[in-house]
Design a protein around this ligand. Structure first.
Ligand SMILES: Cc1cc2nc3c(=O)[nH]c(=O)nc-3n(C[C@H](O)[C@H](O)[C@H](O)COP(=O)(O)OP(=O)(O)OC[C@H]3O[C@@H](n4cnc5c(N)ncnc54)[C@H](O)[C@@H]3O)c2cc1C
Length: 389
């Protein structure tokens, strides 16, 4: 074996997993198709990640949270759901819980930078960048991977962290449920006249939905969901035209808005892998579960998957058992499936209800908000999901 564990993909999930295994005495190789500069200084990608308290704890344990400057951390006090121009809103906050805030928004770029800094120089870790996988196969004896430069690597365990459109997943023969939604998200930062009071909003309208994520100062991240071609067209608009469109779509709730950064378009597709493990291989992060961003759980679940798999492996090592064998892999599969399937299903139901623009669906949305306001346990359930996931 050249290495004990080969991780393919140096996104947040791959980086967290590599860090969560240190020190374990296992030789780890992390493979990323982008260059080292992109890993150490990733470009701003428009994603503002709403981190739950659990994720913050995990990032702190991984030594990454401390490396993110306070100026990049924006508290999220509450979240409101709005249906078009209706004055009714469904509000989620921490209630009487001690946390004080629902979570903290941090740019994905800063999380990736901090995670990379936390693994740099890690003992027994080799990082191969600027190279990709050509072919891969796994079995009870381990994995064999041929890279695009012809190098052959052998490992006891192969871990795919290569995004929701994972090519490795396919090579390992793992099927996947894919929902291509034909819609895309346009994200960009905007400055605005009024204070947002650190309240995030998701406003469902026709034909778009628009979310505002509160960043420090009078700045928010605007997240607009539209049919794919319309999102691409809007992304090409001048700063003035885009600012006007966003101000109008958001119904001037925060006054006049001005585009304050680069625009990024993400086509929307959700994915759920039929299995998370095979003999000699495992999927983590978006490669296992690719969530719709509307409930802001993709990163959080991906981090959870990395920490769970690492802890299964460490537990087996401690007990002197086969750390790459069936038992730790199956236990990871079971735990992560239980953690992710309900949130994935609930999120997809919300997406279906809120992307249907026919009048009955609009009425159903209105009724859902009206009913939700009268059901304190709903607020409690969503609050627990937001605070504990
Ligand atoms: C607009 C937007 C907003 C979001 N907001 C939130 C939020 O608020 N909260 C939240 O929890 N989540 C959020 N998410 C989801 C979150 O960004 C993802 O879940 C997370 O980035 C997934 O991390 P990952 O490491 O699994 O995959 P990725 O970030 O996709 O990284 C995969 C890595 O693998 C590399 N790679 C791919 N193929 C290969 C290969 N063949 N060989 C080598 N390397 C390869 C890629 O270059 C990349 O570096 C959001 C997503 C979007 C699009």
């Amino acid at each position: 074996m050249n290495t004990d564990i080969l991780i393919v993909g140096g996104g947040p999930a791959g980086l967290s997993f590599a860090r969560a295994l240190a020190p374990s005495g296992l030789r780890i190789t992390l493979l990323e198709r982008q260059g080292t500069d992109t890993l150490s200084e990733p470009a701003y990608d428009g994603r503002e990640i709403a981190l739950t308290h659990r994720s913050i704890r995990s990032l702190r344990e991984l030594g990454a949270w401390q490396r993110i400057g306070d100026e990049h951390k924006s508290p999220l006090r509450s979240a409101r759901v709005l249906n078009g121009g209706s004055p009714l809103a469904l509000t989620f906050d921490t209630g009487d819980r001690p946390e004080g805030e629902l979570g903290v928004l941090v740019p994905n770029q800063q999380i990736r930078r901090a995670l990379y800094a936390s693994i740099e120089g890690q003992d027994d870790l080799t990082i191969l960048s600027g190279v990709s996988v050509a072919t891969a196969r796994t079995g009870n004896a381990g994995a064999e991977v041929t890279l695009t430069d012809g190098t052959v690597l052998k490992s006891r365990l192969l871990v795919a962290a290569d995004s929701r459109f994972s090519s490795l997943r396919e090579q390992l023969g793992i099927g996947v449920e894919i929902n291509r939604l034909g819609r895309a998200m346009l994200v960009c930062r905007v400055d605005h006249e009024r204070e947002h009071d650190h309240v995030a909003t998701e406003s469902f309208d026709v034909p778009h939905t628009i979310a505002m994520l509160p960043l420090n100062g009078r700045t928010s991240s605007a997240v607009i969901t539209l049919p794919q071609d319309e999102a691409e067209r809007l992304a090409e608009a001048s700063d003035e035209a885009l600012s006007e469109s966003i101000t109008a779509m958001y119904r001037r709730r925060l006054g006049t808005m001005r585009v304050a950064g680069s625009r990024h378009v993400y086509p929307l597709a959700t994915t759920f892998s039929r299995r998370f493990v095979v003999p000699g291989g495992a999927l983590i992060g978006d490669a296992a579960v690719g969530m719709h961003p509307v409930t802001a759980h993709g990163f959080n679940l991906g981090l959870q998957s990395a920490v769970t798999l690492a802890s299964e492996i460490r537990g087996a090592l401690r007990r002197g058992e086969d750390w790459a064998g069936d038992a730790p892999l199956q236990s990871y599969e079971k735990t992560h499936r239980l953690a992710s399937r309900p949130i994935y299903t609930a999120t997809n139901m919300i997406v279906r209800l809120y992307s249907d623009h026919r009048p009955p669906a609009q009425l159903a949305r209105h009724a859902a908000i009206r009913l939700g306001r009268r059901l304190p346990f709903l607020n409690g359930a969503v609050r627990s999901m937001l605070l504990q996931a």
